[in-house]
Design a protein around this ligand. Structure first.
Ligand code: ADP
Ligand code: AMP
Length: 212
């Protein structure tokens, strides 16, 4: 199963990708996590991406397409994968098709802009594995520590209200059109993202025809 999770920043893509990946037993490919790791490691890609990410802008398509093409060619992706946060532009989606990276399903996690602010102010992410938590809706078992890898939870630099506003603007201007793109290919499913995390997971699994 090759699945794309679409949605605004804060819609719950990372949270759901982790859960669905466990059910499907496939890896999750989060371009945001890959880029943040590249920044931490000071790689060339990280240096290129940092200024865009800090202001909530999109990293250039060619950088993203290169990252994903390389990642999906790894052996652990042979049985499928979940793309979280990619594609974010029509050229990125076209590049996937052109490279023969055809997805089985595309799920858009639907959420109103008004809900996103509280999601972002309460988000904490693992500095090691990138797992996403929320101080009230999805807290870690031990405050400030990742349940999965035990590393410290941090606030993302781009989760400030000003940057979130810009990321939402970019989402509506550049990314939302992907819904029409995938609807016209007959692959789009819509899921209500404004419900409990477990309910969203259930709805996604139903949408892609998988029994939990
Ligand atoms: P995205 O990857 O789409 O940017 P995340 O999965 O990181 O979004 O979720 C954003 C924030 O909202 C996180 O703090 C997460 O714990 C929280 N969250 C995710 N899904 C829900 C939900 N259904 N209800 C409440 N909070 C949620
Ligand atoms: P995310 O972790 O998905 O919220 O992504 C964080 C930031 O990484 C975004 O605001 C962009 O700057 C950058 N980014 C992640 N994925 C992409 C993508 N597919 N295209 C362009 N920029 C991206």
């Amino acid at each position: 199963m090759k699945l794309i999770l679409l949605g605004a920043p804060g819609a719950g893509k990372g949270t759901q990708a982790e859960r669905i990946a466990k059910v499907l037993n496939v890896p999750t490919i989060s371009t945001g996590n890959i880029l943040r790791e590249a920044i931490r490691n000071g790689t060339e890609i990280g240096l290129k991406a940092k200024a865009f990410m800090d202001k909530g802008a999109l990293v250039p398509d060619e950088v993203i397409i290169g990252i994903v093409a390389e990642r999906v060619a790894q052996p652990d992706c042979a049985g499928g994968y979940i793309l979280d946060g990619m594609p974010r532009t029509i050229p990125q989606a076209q590049a996937l098709e052109a490279k023969g990276i055809c997805m089985d399903a595309v799920v858009s996690i639907e959420i109103e802009d008004a809900v996103i602010e509280s999601r972002m102010t309460g988000r904490r992410v693992c500095s090691g594995c990138g797992a996403s938590y929320h101080i009230s809706a999805n807290p870690s078992k031990v405050e400030g520590i990742c349940d999965t890898c035990g590393k410290e939870l941090i606030i993302r630099k781009d989760d400030t209200p000003e940057t979130v506003k810009n990321r939402l603007r970019v989402f509506h201007a550049e990314t939302e059109a992907l819904k029409d793109f995938y609807a016209s290919l007959g692959r789009l499913k819509l899921v209500d993202g404004d419900q409990d995390i477990d309910d969203v997971t259930r709805e996604i699994l139903t949408a892609i025809g998988v029994e939990a």
